[in-house]
Design a protein around this ligand. Structure first.
Ligand code: HEM
Length: 493
């Protein structure tokens, strides 16, 4: 049962196949990058020795690969969810995919062969000067970022545009038509909550992509000798506006899967309603504002920026949290729903979103940030809302889609694996939080003996997480062929 009837002719096998390619490539990237993460934790626990040179290359590849890979999968899932009620172009999706993958290829080359190791935030000017690694490696990394950004922007533009066309205007796509007297069949009314969310996040995505380009292009011009100097503070603001937006958007993209899956599995539709529209229109505005909380240590920033950022950091999560989390819990309560793999992952995701979000809000308090800044508290909060939030929602959607398209039901062991994903993930991020609270710095290749127990305790949890993921990955891979065939016929259970 879907939240809204699917109009005739909309289910497009080509679009579904493109969506599957995004989802599966993103999932595979996530698994590979997870193994790099395990290496770093083994090294920090003193259980394995990775040279500092390689640690920072691995850290850079892991950070950028994880962010890009998880986002890619989420983009695929969103395309599949939107395709239920809106016509999309498979060609546009494949074009964005190729550009995006080209960018990811450049980043792999820059880090592994070129030795680029500046961390995923690649803050100007040091990474771009070519002092520790060659200038070519720096240029390759920035070109990689540019292609990823262009692929992402093109994808977002396509989705936002198509929804606006289908609903006869952007305002209607954002749900403003819900305040007019319209029949439910009126094309100006969004067909589901997912459509409103998709419009908001892809509009934000276009803006974010442009900010990314505004950061990267001047750096490349400088490297080419066409620009004499750049303002490092402006570049830092652009880098963090881009990075903050991208990380946050991943969770907001993936929140759409909560609406789709909860409606599907509880049999309780989640239509486009006024409170969904209000909450998500507020997200459209509020997400743009808190990035200066990454620059509290930059005394040259005008004072109003950190103060405003702290206030907005408190507000930003509230609308989507309230509507999504209470809406999901209310629908699940007494619905008689079966705890299938997708719904276990959705429940874990709700927990991770809230926990990681609270960790982030704490970190955004200026006085707290004086202590937690650049400690492992920072990776703790974003690993929580990624691994146990955005990624959990995305794997839930991938699993659901592949299982339905293939027509192969899940087994009991797979449900156990889904719960173990939660146990492994929670233990792993808890050790990051405890390390951060104890003042262990982030981005250190070598940890002092008194810091190592945190990483050592984390390792068995990461291994458990890896085993759970391996189990779910086998499920996905064995269903992939029939799912691909099922997608081609445009049928969906
Ligand atoms: C699968 C399990 C994972 C493990 C074991 C892992 C492990 C790690 C470790 C040890 C670090 C270095 C922390 C430090 O000392 O600063 C790190 C950094 C990072 N991780 Fe993960 N991680 C995992 C999943 C993820 C996920 C799901 C994402 C995002 C989607 C992610 C994104 C990042 C980023 C952005 C960094 C920062 C890189 C930088 O500082 O430049 N990781 N991770």
């Amino acid at each position: 049962m879907s939240a809204a009837p699917v109009p005739e002719g909309v289910r497009d096998g080509g679009v579904l196949r493109a969506a599957l390619a995004y989802l599966v490539t993103g999932f595979a990237t996530f698994l590979l990058m997870g193994l790099l993460g395990l290496h770093m934790r083994l090294d920090q626990g003193g259980l394995m020795t990775v040279s500092p040179t390689w640690f920072y290359r691995i850290m850079t590849l892991h950070g950028s690969g994880m962010v890009a890979g998880t986002m890619l999968a989420t983009m695929g899932g969103l395309a599949a969810a939107v395709e239920r009620t809106v016509r999309l172009s498979a060609r546009a999706l494949w074009t964005a995919f190729l550009v995006y993958m080209l960018g990811m290829g450049f980043i792999v080359l820059a880090t592994t062969l070129g030795g680029f190791a500046a961390g995923w935030t690649v803050l100007y000017p040091l990474p771009a000067l070519g002092r520790v690694w060659t200038l070519w490696a720096a240029v390759a990394a920035f070109v990689g970022y540019l292609f990823v950004t262009l692929g992402f922007t093109f994808y977002c533009f396509h989705i936002a545009w198509q929804i606006a066309v289908e609903r006869h205007g952007l305002g209607n796509a954002l749900g403003w038509s819900l305040w007019r007297k319209t029949e439910p069949s009126d094309p100006r009314r969004p067909r589901s909550a997912v459509e409103i969310i998709a419009t908001v996040v892809t509009l934000q995505g276009v803006f974010t992509g442009l900010v990314g380009a505004a950061y990267v292009v001047p750096v490349l011009l400088k490297d080419a000798g066409l620009v004499a100097a750049l303002d490092p503070l402006l570049e830092k603001n652009l880098a963090y506006l881009f990075g903050h937006q991208l990380a946050n958007l991943n969770i907001y993209f993936a929140a759409a899967f909560v609406y789709a899956l909860v409606a599907e599995h509880t049999g309780r539709p989640w239509p486009a309603s006024r409170h969904v529209a209000v909450a998500w229109n507020l997200v459209l505005l509020l997400v743009l504002l808190p990035w200066p909380h990454h620059l509290y240590q930059d005394f040259a920033q005008p004072a109003f920026m950190p103060i405003a950022a702290e206030a907005v950091s408190f507000l930003v999560g509230i609308p989507s949290f309230l509507v999504t989390i209470f809406g999901a819990l209310g629908r699940i309560h007494r619905s008689g729903m079966r705890w299938s793999v997708p719904m276990i992952l959705v429940a874990l995701g709700l927990w991770g979103w809230v926990t990681g979000g609270l960790g982030a809000v704490l970190d955004s308090v200026i006085q707290v940030n004086q202590v937690t800044h650049n400690t492992l508290w920072v990776p703790a909060h974003f690993h929580t809302y990624y691994l146990l939030g955005a990624a959990a929602f995305t794997w839930a959607y991938l699993y659901d889609l592949v299982t339905r398209l293939a027509g192969v039901p899940e087994g009991r062991a797979s449900r156990v694996a889904a719960w173990l994903y939660g146990v492994g993930g929670a233990g792993f991020v808890l050790m990051f939080f405890l390390s951060g609270a104890a003042g262990v710095p982030r981005r250190y290749a070598a940890h002092l003996p008194q810091w190592q127990p945190f990483a050592r305790i984390a390792v068995p949890f990461v291994v458990l997480l890896s085993l759970a993921l391996a189990w779910l990955a086998v499920d996905v891979v064995t269903r992939l062929r029939p799912a691909w065939v099922g997608a081609g016929t445009g049928t969906r259970n």
